[in-house]
Design a protein around this ligand. Structure first.
Ligand SMILES: [Zn+2]
Length: 98
């Protein structure tokens, strides 16, 4: 089963291509920033609209949410809020392309 299916951009109808992208998480009520590196996604060649497969998005939420949750339990700031990088090992192109 391929992670990413061939489809056209829902925004501009152009062709989409499978690519590895990075996502930057930032929430209004927190200083915590999380960078997720190497996510397979469908990216529009024209307008760069990105679609992350549902299962992948869900998995990333599962990884990132506990970091934000942990901040709620910190009542004394011993150190400044960190920036967290989550890096996936480089995926073989065949693992996510069509
Ligand atoms: Zn587009």
């Amino acid at each position: 089963m391929k992670l990413i299916k061939k489809r056209n951009c829902p925004e501009c109808r152009s062709e989409m291509r499978p690519k590895l992208i990075n996502l930057h998480y930032k929430k209004e009520d927190s200083d915590l920033q999380v960078e997720v590196i190497g996510i397979p996604a469908n990216v529009c060649v024209q307008c760069f609209y990105r679609i992350i497969p549902g299962k992948v998005a869900k998995y990333i939420d599962t990884l990132v949410d506990p970091f934000y949750e942990s901040q709620k339990h910190i009542h004394e700031k011993v150190l400044p809020t960190p920036h967290i990088d989550i890096q996936f090992p480089p995926l073989e192109k065949t693992a996510y392309s069509y």
